[in-house]
Design a protein around this ligand. Structure first.
Ligand code: ACO
Length: 323
């Protein structure tokens, strides 16, 4: 027997405003054709003025709780992955906790940029299997529109805002790879690559700053590191690529998604793709894709899923779970 963190609810929230690629043609030397062909992105959502990360996160959390048939009373902890919290402190997670009317348990943020949800899932799983929490709300939520340099065509066309959430619950499994729930995780970072992807401001430098990225350099690292972390995590569960029903990747670029699937020997039929509709929503992209994948009827109970992501740090990792 083994304690497993099983997904019992999933939900997401996207801000109302949808921005098609053509909007950028008005202010930048760019085109719908360039953005689509280089990134796969067709549109993205941007938060309204005054709409914050904790607003998006609360809506996604409520959707996940409703899907699970639970209320905040049933939750022991909230782990929220974000790099764009409303305030320097307190954490966005505690703001969501208050908004849900939850006065027990604990809540905290995890910051691993685009890999944030994989890091949050791994931490939530550790809380559950070590007996510190029975049910954990794991959220990825971002408002990257607030850290864009709108004059930099090489970055501002790529990102979007949104939030997704899962409810994880302790359930007893057999201790085999046939169990439902999180089966294995793999986390990595290497701070030597800071200059490839960072925000040129922060509290300690007295500014908010803008996202800076050497996109082609990040691209070079992405496919190789993502395929490797996915295979490492699968190996830890005693599984291989051929066991995978769905890759649910971080949605940054369709060419990275295709390259990683190819390196893992899997066809695109086994990949949940939402990048065309959401752009890169950083830590929100994987829970958004899980929620949309379930709504589309792609992800079904018992399916073996590998999620993988890479982002600023560089930080990267993967989680293998049976839905
Ligand atoms: N419109 C038109 N032309 C553009 C645009 C644009 N929006 N942006 C850049 N270009 C130009 C460049 O200036 C360059 O022109 P040049 O050849 O005259 O210098 C040319 O297009 C090619 O630029 P590259 O950067 O080499 O293009 P590439 O094919 O690598 O695509 C992209 C760029 C889409 C950014 C890609 O590199 C990518 O997706 N990288 C990875 C991003 C990623 O995965 N990030 C990780 C997560 S993000 C996070 O952690 C926050």
């Amino acid at each position: 027997m083994a304690g497993r963190s099983v997904v019992v609810g999933v939900g997401h929230y996207l801000p109302e405003r949808i921005v098609p690629n053509s909007e950028f043609e008005k202010t930048l030397d760019t085109s719908d054709e360039w953005i689509r062909s280089r990134s796969g992105i067709e549109r993205r959502h941007f938060a309204a003025d005054g709409e914050t990360t904790s607003d998006l996160a609360t809506n996604a959390a409520e959707a996940a709780l409703a899907d699970a048939g639970l209320t905040a009373e049933d939750i022991d902890a909230i782990v929220l992955a974000t790099s764009t919290a409303d305030l320097t402190f307190p954490s966005a997670a505690t703001m969501v906790q208050a908004r849900l009317g939850m006065t027990h348990g604990f809540a905290f943020d995890v910051q691993a940029v685009c890999a944030g949800f994989v890091f949050a899932l791994s931490n939530a799983n550790a809380l559950i299997v070590s007996g510190q929490a029975k049910r954990v709300l794991v959220i990825g939520a971002e408002t990257f529109s607030r850290i864009m340099d709108w004059t930099d065509r090489s970055t501002c066309v790529l990102f979007g805002d949104g939030a997704g959430a899962l409810v994880l619950e302790l359930q007893e499994g057999e201790g085999t790879a046939q169990d439902r729930g999180i089966l294995s995780t793999d986390l990595n970072s290497d701070g030597r690559y800071k200059d490839l992807l960072y925000v040129d401001g922060g509290v300690s430098t007295q500014s908010t700053g803008h996202l800076r990225m050497q996109g082609n350099q990040v691209f070079r690292h992405a496919v190789e590191k993502l395929a490797k972390t996915a295979e490492t995590a699968l190996g830890r569960a005693g599984l291989g690529s051929s066991d995978v029903d769905w890759i649910v990747p971080h949605q940054a670029n369709i060419r990275i998604i295709q390259g990683t699937a190819k390196k893992m020997g899997l066809p695109m039929d086994n990949v949940v793709v939402t990048v065309q509709d959401h752009g890169n929503t950083s830590a929100a992209s994987i829970p958004l894709a899980l929620s949309v994948g379930k709504q589309r009827g792609q992800i079904k109970p018992g399916d073996l899923i590998v999620t993988e992501a890479i982002g600023g740090g560089l930080a990267w990792g993967a989680v293998v779970l049976r839905w």
